[in-house]
Design a protein around this ligand. Sequence first.
Ligand SMILES: *Cc1c(COP(=O)(O)O)cnc(C)c1O
Length: 401
Amino acid sequence: MPAINRNPTSFLGEEYKALVDQELDWRLRILQGPSSTRCIVDGKKVLMLCSNNYLSLSTHPKLIDAAIRSIKTHGVGSGSVRPIAGNMDLHIELERRLAKFKHAESSLVYTSGFTANSGLIPQLVGKEDLIVSDELNHGSIIDGVRLSTAERAIYKHRDVTDLGRVLNEAEKHAPAYRRILVITDGVFSMDGDIAPLDGIVKEAERHGAMVYVDDAHGEAVLGEGGRGIVSHFHLDHKRVHVEMGTFSKAFGVIGGHISGSKDLVNFAYNKSRTWLLTASHPPPVAAACIAAIDVLENEPQHVKTLWDNTNYFKKGLVGLGFNTGNSQTPITPVIIGENATAKKFSQRLYELGVFALPIIFPMVPKGTARIRTIMNSALTKNDLNDALAAFEKVGKELSVL
Ligand SMILES: *Cc1c(COP(=O)(O)O)cnc(C)c1O
């Protein structure tokens, strides 16, 4: 008989310590005050270069006003899940506005992007089906795929030819798959590169597969007026069947969403347990998200400035001699190499007043540790010059340049 384990929770401390010993634990920084481009982190004034708040909408007066007003009219909580008593007029209005913004027949809001992916993917495909996924897809897609009983296949990152190979293989499967779902991030968050959605759609059409794109980092960034990747490639929801996204990044609030056909939305909300069994957003969340759509529709300058800043900063980094990989978006990685150097780099940037965190193995392949920068429309040219000067100084200090 095995000895009785006298401390059934000893693994908690042991596994945590193992992470600490390998310096793989998260040491959380504290943001004191709002997420803005000039902010206070752990008591020090810094330039924010790593938030997903691309357009600084989290502090936009229209969003703040809308949130406050909605608290006065609707209170701070919704009281229930949406299928019971928590389906407020504000939620319906948000979905109507989002569908219009996305040129979709219909949209559905989830609590978060994570719950949209983890709740919907396993309903779209199950036994007898196949899911085909880019090798670098986001963790919430990976969890959604794991919750599905479908078979899985991976294609090489952004490689339409390899996707074609996987789909050709799938055609030979006996018995034939009932359904095939091709799923990809729109913008990949570690490298800032864009999925070749036009090529993916053509390949999927050749094989009768559904297409699902997670555009968390493309919304309010890519496409006409920030409408996202489907608009960027001049596609529509007859060809991209599920356009999924989040209100937590450039929209500046929180919440996941999908857009597509009415059939998709009816199916999704009746089947996703992460939609049916979790409370709906508090009124200020829904109201602020509606206001964010208003801002995107009426103040096109934010997206434009975001791209002007992005181009200026990228050019500056490349001019200094940094390796910025394959970035095509406001996510610009500065690839350093070793984990320890990337960590030191980030620490020195912080000391010089620039907040940008290292992304290290195992989040990215060994030897490609990086500082991931995310551009913001509210950064000024002066801010960007200050940031570039800090990068240059640290790059030389640590012999990265
Ligand atoms: C951030 C992100 C999510 C999760 O969105 P939340 O709304 O923050 O849960 C999902 N997919 C991708 C690609 C993301 O970058």
